[in-house]
Design a protein around this ligand. Structure first.
Ligand SMILES: [Fe+2]
Length: 250
């Protein structure tokens, strides 16, 4: 799965400048990075960072907006990606412009602003930008199914079985009070399921996220109304991207 590396690089390079390719990457919200940058083979290079202006950009959605149907509708993805996610990225750009944080990676901003009362808005928007980029890749149109062996061994060591892991993940996602996220993380050598409220992230606790499920109402309300458990169980059964989680182990 090459795109894990692309995701990692995209996230790390969120503060890249876009002048290397004119507005192409900024416009790639409506297309893939590969389509807009065929000369780069789909890989963002650190050498792309060449001029002074900085802007955080949307990570391209790794599938079509209707590709997760019938579990998640095109309507939901359209609003979730095009309004909510875009809103976080746009707000972040406004909030960090001209500050010492401009040009930092999202991860650096999240760590630098976590727990600081005067930086709450920046933390919330940076962390939500990161969380959503990670969420898009935690899902796949042909998701669910078999867990890659490298990950399966670690899951069995930590939870006893894949089914036990899935149950714990579903329980965390359904029991998170209010808005938030459920995560499978690597904490030291052990896999854990954790949940975070609002924009918070396991990154602030030194854990390594492997996959996540968004349980903000905007992630499911158009399709499931208040039936969060139905959304969570369908995502785990049909969409969860175990290959992405396995790649994140490395
Ligand atoms: Fe969301």
């Amino acid at each position: 799965m090459k795109y894990l590396r692309n995701v990692t690089m995209c996230i790390a390079a969120f503060a890249m400048v876009i002048s290397f390719s004119g507005p192409a990457f900024a416009e790639s919200v409506n297309g893939s990075y590969e389509e807009n940058n065929p000369d780069k083979g789909g890989i963002m290079k650190s050498s792309d960072k060449i001029e002074s202006a900085t802007v955080y950009v949307l990570l391209p959605l790794p599938y079509a907006q209707n590709a997760l149907e019938p579990v998640i509708s095109e309507n939901t993805i359209s609003f979730h990606y095009g309004k909510h996610y875009k809103g976080y990225v746009d707000n972040l750009n406004k909030l960090v412009a001209g500050t010492e944080l401009a040009g930092m990676s999202l991860e650096e901003i999240i760590i630098a602003t976590s727990g600081k009362a005067d930086k709450t808005a920046i933390f919330n928007n940076a962390s939500q930008a990161w969380n959503h980029a990670f969420y898009w890749n935690s899902l796949a149109p042909e998701g669910g199914g078999e867990v890659p062996s490298t990950l399966k061994v670690k899951i069995e060591a930590s939870f006893g079985s894949v089914d036990a892991c899935k149950k714990e993940l579903a329980a965390a996602a359904t029991s998170q009070f209010g808005s938030g996220w459920a995560w499978l993380v690597l904490d030291g050598d052990k896999l854990k399921v954790v949940k975070t409220g609002n924009a918070d992230s396991p990154l602030t606790k030194g854990m390594k996220p492997l996959l996540t499920i968004d349980v903000w109402e905007h992630a499911y309300y158009l399709d499931y109304q208040n039936r969060r458990a139905d959304y969570v169980n369908a995502v785990i059964d049909k969409l969860i991207n175990w290959d992405f989680a396995a790649d994140n182990l490395g």
